[in-house]
Design a protein around this ligand. Structure first.
Ligand SMILES: Nc1ncnc2c1ncn2[C@@H]1O[C@H](COP(=O)(O)OP(=O)(O)OP(=O)(O)O)[C@@H](O)[C@H]1O
Ligand SMILES: [Mg+2]
Length: 362
């Protein structure tokens, strides 16, 4: 959609919000760049909605500051913050047509009838619902309703758009389709997007950066790839992607797994709780002979082999790390020379893939 608006950066510093003894926001600081797609990712009850509602102005923080484009917003009422918003439930008006729903934010801003019509049509085109303007909301599918909600959120060209689990009501296939559509839409719009989800794959798919939220705090903010490859805590590693982990002993900047020193390329971060080795199974190398000296030896006995259609799951029992689930593409399973059940399998974990993290960031 052609836009005169320019996206704004968001600066959050030391935001706090308590509900009784629950710290919903515990000293949250975060800088979001203009035009960025930033996702708040975390488990249920971690404070994602509270943070989004604080940005929107519906939750008044106990302390801290919040700036949009450098301007302090804490005391600004929601309707004066100029935000586009999409929520989990579409919150559309069922008694209005699609076009009336989309034009509503323009109507309350006193835009002329003629301009309302053209701008609503343009927004509907952007979400690929051109020609649906005269329909009733009840005549649309879930995915179409969600797109109407999106069109309504962006029709007045907001500089910031907030979305709280907008796709969670949709089935898996439609949700995945909408993720790609939303990402493409963000590239067209000049808006900063703050997006909430508890679905790690959705966050990885859509975001420029992800802020992992846990107990009202941000554990790490990173690009999807770096978050996956270089988590700062076991909480982050475990929340993102598939992994296996085992407790390790750390002394003198070195970690030991079952009495053996682990070779790792990255320094061991300090934090709260003990340390763990995190293994991304897809990074393990199946070796034909002995595991090379330069790598960590995670060889073990094949406990089970399970056919799963597109892949074969090979469950390997390692003395110290426990069960390691290896997924081997089914079309190659016959060619990689995998041993059968009960046999020994060589597994190398290279130092650059060896992740050792504290339970939680400091
Ligand atoms: N109005 C309220 N009154 C009391 N406690 C609240 C209120 N709103 C939120 N909380 C508490 O604050 C914490 C954070 O809630 P929040 O809704 O922000 O979590 P969330 O990360 O959005 O979770 P979900 O993924 O389930 O939507 C929770 O412990 C919740 O119970
Ligand atoms: Mg929520």
């Amino acid at each position: 959609m052609p836009s005169n608006a320019q996206s704004l950066p968001i600066d959050i510093s030391n935001l706090c919000k308590a509900y009784g003894s629950v710290k919903a926001l515990d000293d949250v600081s975060l800088n979001i760049a203009a035009g960025e797609f930033l996702t708040l990712l975390g488990p249920s009850g971690s404070g994602k909605t509270t943070l989004l509602m604080a940005l929107a102005g519906f939750v008044r923080p106990d302390g801290g500051s919040l700036r949009f484009g450098g301007e302090e917003m804490i005391a600004t009422p929601p309707h004066k913050r100029g935000l586009g918003m999409v929520f989990q439930s579409y919150a559309l008006f069922p008694f209005m047509t699609v076009a009336e729903n989309v034009a509503y934010p323009l109507k309350i801003r006193g835009v002329s009838k003629a301009d309302q019509k053209t701008q609503a049509e343009r927004a509907l085109d952007t979400v690929q619902l051109g020609g649906y303007g005269d329909r009733r909301i009840t005549q649309l599918s879930g995915g179409q309703r969600q797109r109407v909600a999106l069109a309504r959120a962006m029709v007045f060209e907001p500089q910031i758009i907030l979305m709280d689990e907008p796709l969670s009501a949709l089935d898996k296939k439609l949700r995945e389709h909408m993720q790609i559509e939303l990402k493409a839409l963000h590239e067209k719009l000049d808006a900063t997007v703050v997006y909430v989800t508890h679905d790690q794959r959705e966050a990885l798919t859509m975001s420029d950066r992800i802020a992992v939220v846990n107990h009202g705090r941000i554990e790490q903010v990173e690009t999807p790839e770096r978050l996956y490859r270089q988590p700062h805590s076991f909480f982050v590693a475990d929340f993102i992607g598939e992994s296996i982990s085992a407790p390790v002993k750390v002394a003198n900047d070195a970690a030991q797994l079952g009495g053996r020193l682990l070779k790792s390329n990255s320094p061991i971060a300090q934090g709260r709780g003990g340390h763990r080795l995190v293994i991304r199974p897809e990074l393990l190398e199946v070796t034909v002979g002995a595991v090379p000296e330069t790598a960590n030896d995670l060889s073990g006995r094949v406990k089970d082999i399970i056919y799963q259609g597109d892949s074969v799951l090979v469950i390997v029992q390692h003395d110290s790390a426990g069960e390691i689930n290896l997924r081997v593409p089914a079309n190659r399973a016959g060619q990689t020379g995998l041993p059968s059940k009960g046999e020994q399998i060589g597994l190398a974990l290279h130092p650059e893939d060896t992740i050792i993290v504290p339970e939680h960031v400091a």
